[in-house]
Write a protein that binds this ligand. Structure first.
Ligand SMILES: *Cc1c(COP(=O)(O)O)cnc(C)c1O
Length: 400
């Protein structure tokens, strides 16, 4: 158990807290589910890229799914081996492609023909053969929030089956490209297994066709997207997830690459904030806290639900919005939550904040980013300092 009160006294608020034992449990449950086949769990760093989180996952044997050269460098610094790192993302700068090739990571996921041209040209200039994988868009509705749905033809991600085939044929002829993998990722916070099953069936069929014409696909990269419980969602069990994939891979000797982000860290993280005061308008009750949308953007960006709880034993509860000090009406952490009457300095725990929490935070309103704390085996430690005002102005002050 995490002692939220003690942590707030010791480190102040707003504060991110990650339960490293829970991260380990989540990682190992997925690893175990996939153990019947060769597999790499390549954690999607964008969900939470704190170096200590990455180091913890590296120690468990995790790989990394990265969407920028910065994320690749984080993975390497944290001790994740290069042969378990994949580079995804719809737009990559020339320098990023060059560095990824020089660092010799496992493969680059391509999302367009134009991108393949760039990778080929840069590989040629380095006299290297680029290991690549193509992100196929299977045109499947993942039934999740439109902002985090990525596998529909209307989304900007990946290429359709026919274009993918053409790209593989061309890549296979190139002296500078080596098509080793195939990739799909249909969306995030998936809670229904059918779309995943259908997508993997479509992509597995394409893989068979490619292997039959002599293209040596070795990696079947199923993306991430496994959902978690924020409220009362029915989620997919890791075992059922793995079995759904395996059922479509009969007769294929492939290494399955899985890129979970949210599933690994989401429910292992908490955001702690203190009550400043309450305020009532004609028909609404507001609890104004010291954490805000710049710290945790998901409610504002996606209208995402996070469970909130006041650390106070009080039976009488009424509806309230939990809002931050930022000058935006969209600045809220919870809406219409049933909460007890609060007092100054009461602590509010925002649950399931480990994924897409701190990493999306900003300095809007000149607010320093929160500190990050790890709790492991009953001990707590700082893994990122709270930013200071001096940190915030450092890159500007010299021009005064
Ligand atoms: C965001 C992303 C992931 C991780 O998604 P989660 O929903 O956090 O599991 C994996 N792969 C790719 C390509 C992504 O863009």
């Amino acid at each position: 158990m995490v002692d939220f009160k003690k942590l707030c006294e010791k480190y102040d608020t707003p504060l991110y807290v990650y339960d490293f034992n829970k991260i380990e449990e989540n990682f190992l449950s997925l690893k175990k589910a996939f153990k019947a086949r060769k597999s790499i769990i390549s954690y999607a760093i964008k969900a939470n890229s704190n170096l200590s989180v990455l180091k913890k996952l590296a120690s468990l044997g995790s790989g990394a799914d990265c969407v920028s050269i910065g994320e690749i460098k984080r993975a390497l610094i944290a001790g994740i081996p290069k042969y378990k790192i994949v580079f995804s993302g719809v737009g990559k700068r020339d320098e990023e492609i060059r560095e990824a090739l020089e660092l010799d990571i496992l493969f680059i996921n391509l999302e367009s023909e134009a991108e393949m041209d760039r990778v080929e040209e840069i590989a040629k200039s380095l006299d290297k053969k680029a290991r690549i994988s193509i992100r196929v868009n299977p045109d499947i509705d993942p039934k999740t929030h439109p902002y985090i749905s990525t596998g529909l033809s209307e989304n900007k991600f990946g290429v359709d089956i026919e274009s993918a085939k053409k790209m593989y044929l061309r890549a296979n002829k190139s002296s500078y490209l080596e098509p080793v993998g195939i990739h799909f990722h249909i969306g995030s916070q998936l809670t229904d297994i059918e779309p995943i099953k259908e997508a993997s069936r479509i992509v597995a069929d394409l893989t068979r066709a490619l292997i039959n014409i002599g293209i040596e696909i070795k990696f079947f990269d199923i993306g991430g997207g496994l959902g978690i419980v924020y409220k009362d969602e029915k989620t997919i069990k890791p075992y059922d997830y793995a079995q759904a994939i395996f059922s479509n891979l009969k007769g294929l000797d492939l290494t399955v690459v899985c890129e979970p982000g949210r599933y690994i860290v989401g429910n292992a993280g908490y955001f702690l904030t203190k009550v400043l005061y309450e305020k009532r308008t004609k028909n609404k009750r507001f609890i104004i806290v010291d954490g805000a949308m710049n710290d945790l953007l998901r409610p504002s960006l996606y209208k995402a639900y996070h469970k909130v709880e006041v650390l106070r034993n009080d039976e009488a509860k009424s509806k309230a919005d939990v809002v931050g000090p930022v000058c935006e009406s969209g600045d809220f952490l919870a809406k219409d939550a049933f909460l007890p009457k609060t007092k100054h300095n009461d602590i509010i725990v925002v649950y399931s904040a480990g994924a897409y929490g701190f990493v999306m935070s900003s300095n809007y309103n000149t607010r320093p980013r929160a500190a990050e704390i790890a709790v492991e085996d009953g001990k707590d430690r700082v893994i990122r300092d709270r930013e200071s005002f001096e940190d915030l102005i450092a890159l500007e002050k010299k021009y005064l």
